[in-house]
Design a protein around this ligand. Structure first.
Ligand SMILES: O=C(O)CCC(=O)C(=O)O
Ligand SMILES: [Mn+2]
Length: 157
C-alpha cells in the first residue's frame, strides 16, 4: 500500500506524468504549498545542529501519511541540490520500523523502531544512504489513531 503525501514550504516533492520532482506548486490545488510553520523549521534546524549540521535551513517539508500496511521501499533521497545539507525526519503516531543501510542497496541494514516524537538526522557520508520503512503494523495511537505521520525536512534547492 502506498504512502499518502503532501508538503509545506517553498518546495514540495510531487509525482505526475512527467515523473518525480520538486515543485513550488501543489498540482492538486494549483497553488503554492502552505508555508512551513516557523516552529517546524526551528525544530529541524535545532535537530540538525544537535547532530553537528549547523545552519540547516530546510525549504521543503515532505509530509508522509502511512495507513496500516503502508511502507516505503529502500531508496536514497538524491533529488536535492545540496548534499551537504542533512535530512531531518520526525515521526508522529504509530511506531514504524526504519531500515537504514549504506551507499549500496545491498549493504547491511540497521533496523530501528521509530516511535512518536523520534527525530532522525542523517547527512555527511551517510547523506545518500539507502533507507526505507517496513509496512506499518496495526495499532491505535492516542493522537493519530491508526496511522503514522512522518515529516522529512530537506534543503531541496
Ligand atoms: O517515513 C519515514 O520515516 C521515511 C520517509 C522517507 O524516507 C522519505 O520520505 O523519503
Ligand atoms: Mn527517504
Amino acid at each position: 500500500m502506498a504512502v499518502e503525501t503532501s508538503n509545506c514550504g517553498a518546495a514540495g516533492w510531487i509525482s505526475d506524468r512527467q515523473g518525480y520532482r520538486y515543485s513550488s506548486i501543489d498540482p492538486l490545488s494549483g497553488h503554492l504549498w502552505p508555508a512551513m510553520p516557523p516552529a517546524f523549521g526551528e525544530l529541524a534546524t535545532k535537530a540538525a545542529l544537535a547532530a553537528d549540521f549547523a545552519g540547516f535551513e530546510p525549504d521543503a517539508c515532505l509530509i508522509n501519511r502511512y495507513a496500516i500496511g503502508a511502507g516505503m521501499g529502500l531508496h536514497q533521497d538524491r533529488d536535492e541540490q545540496d548534499f551537504t545539507a542533512p535530512i531531518v525526519s520526525v515521526s508522529l503516531g504509530l511506531p514504524a520500523r526504519f531500515r537504514f543501510g549504506g551507499l549500496s542497496r545491498s549493504d547491511p541494514l540497521q533496523s530501528v523502531l521509530l516511535q512518536h516524537g523520534d527525530v532522525v538526522v542523517w547527512g555527511g557520508e551517510s547523506r545518500l544512504a539507502f533507507h526505507g520503512i517496513t509496512p506499518l503494523r496495526t495499532g491505535d495511537h492516542p493522537l493519530t489513531g491508526s496511522c503514522r505521520i512522518n515529516l522529512t525536512f530537506r534543503k531541496a534547492r
